[in-house]
Ligand binder design. Sequence first.
Ligand code: GLV
Length: 327
Amino acid sequence: MNLNKPLVLMTHELPEDWVGELLEDYHVIKGINEERGLDSSLIKYLDKAEGILCLLDDPIPAEHLERAPKLKVVSNMAVGVDNIDLAACSRLGIAVGHTPGVLTEGTADLTVALLLAVCRRLPTASEDARQGRWTNWDPTGWLGVDLKNSIVGIIGLGKIGSAVGERLAAFGAQIIFTNRSPLPEKEKKLNATQVGLDELLRTSDFICLHVPLTEKTANLINEQAFRKMKSSAILINAARGSIVDTTALTRALKEGHIRAAGLDVTEPEPLPPSHPLYKLDNCLITPHIGSATFQIRQTMAKIALENLSAGIKGTHLPYCANPEIYT
Ligand code: GLV
C-alpha cells in the first residue's frame, strides 16, 4: 500500500472516463461491487482511511465512522444522504458530500414519465400488444385518466418537487403542495396552493412524494394516509422507499383504496422479484433510476470527486450536507 498518498475507500467501481485522473492523487481501495456498504474487504482499512466514496445504498453507520480516526470526508454520489449517519459524522467532524442540483430536472422528468405511464396504463397496454391481445381498436380498452384539470398534490416542494410542479402545471393540472415552510415565490410561479397534509391526501388525484427521508417522513404514507386518499388516487414515489409503508401500499392497491402507484423507489431496495407488488398490474416499479442519464450520472461522479478532494485537503466541500461542522 502506498501510504504517501491519502487512502480512499471506494465502495463501487465507477467508469474510468467518469473519474478520469481525479483519483490518481489517492491510494484507492475498491470494495466488492455486489455488496453494499463497507464490506469486509474495506472495513479492515478504516483505521487508515481519509476518505470514503460511496453510493446511496451503502449504509455508513456510526460504528464504522468511529473506527476511522483519520477520516475527513464521506462523499456520497447522491443528493440524499439518509444512508449515512449524518449526526455521527458531524459529531466526529467528518464532512459529508452530496450532489444536489444536478439531478433535479432528470428526477422530475422521471417522475412525470412514471405518472404518465401509470395514468395511461402503458405497461399493460404494451404487454397486451406484445402478447397478441390487441385484436381491434377497442373503444373501452386500456382506458386511463386525464391529467388536465386534475389535482396534483406534491408532498415537499423543494427543488425536485417544484420542477415536477412546473412540468405538471404545463399539462393543465392544478398543483397543491405541502412544505415545511411557506414558499411564496414558488407558489406564485406555479400558481400552486399550500395546504395541510390531510387536505392534500383527501383531495389529490395524483400524489407525488418529494421529501427527504428523515425520522419525520419515514412511513408518512401509512395505512391511515391511504384511507384518506380518493379511491381514484395515483401515488408516485421517486423520493425514498421508506416514506411509504410497503405493506399498507400493497393492501391499498389490492383492495382498491387507491387506483394505482408508480414507484421508482421501494422499501426494501432492491425489491425482491417475489414481492407481491410486482404481481399487481396497477403498480409500476422501476429500479431507482431518477438520475439515470449519462449526463447526470457523469456529473454526479464529478461532484462526488470534487467533494472528496476538498474534504481530504481540509477545505470547505463544494456541496456539503453537514455544513455545521464548519461553524
Ligand atoms: C437519488 O435518489 C439521489 O439521492 O441521488
